[in-house]
Ligand binder design. Structure first.
Ligand SMILES: [Zn+2]
Length: 169
């Protein structure tokens, strides 16, 4: 399998994780981590369920991958995520020594890999992490758009969303 086909395969797995988040009433973002052809970590956004602002798909996936390897160093691993990692997750990616990040949709609001800020390029830790964005971006973004549309409908679209963000259904 060539690199592109392989990347698509794993991004589709990340999309399935994102769909699980969607079904749980979480902002639909999913992630898988692959090393030497094995899926070593996976996760989806669970901020609402865990009531934890750090429970992003990437953080949870890094946790499961480290558990599986019994090693916090994820050298040589590729992290696939449906939305560009935020600055917190980009920092976690550097700390975990993931070698490559492939993301779906850019995050124009809080993207940490170049779209709004860039935590990865020229990082102070001098870690060399390859970042590629835009893989299956339409599908990744489509799921997010569908989610927020559903949330607005369920809230009755009062026009006043406040600060709270989406709640678990
Ligand atoms: Zn994040």
């Amino acid at each position: 399998m060539d690199q592109r086909a392989e990347d698509e395969k794993y991004m589709r797995m990340a999309l399935r994780e994102a769909e699980r988040a969607f079904d749980e009433g979480e902002i639909p973002i999913g992630c898988v981590i692959v090393k030497d052809g094995d899926v070593i970590g996976r996760g989806h956004n669970q901020v609402e369920m865990l009531k934890d602002a750090t429970a992003h798909a990437e953080i949870l996936s890094i946790g499961t991958a480290s558990g599986k390897l019994e090693n916090w160093r994820l050298d040589g691993a590729t992290l696939y995520v449906t939305l560009e990692p935020c600055p917190m997750c980009a920092g976690a990616i550097l700390n975990s020594r993931v070698a490559r990040v492939v993301y779906g949709s850019p995050d124009t609001r809080f993207g940490g890999c170049g779209t709004t800020v860039d935590v990865i390029s020229g990082n102070a830790l001098k870690r060399d992490v390859k970042v590629e964005g835009g893989l299956l971006a339409d599908e990744c973004l489509g799921l997010l758009k569908a989610f927020f549309q559903k949330m607005r409908l369920e809230k009755g679209d009062s026009g006043n969303k406040g600060e709270a963000g989406p709640k678990a259904v």
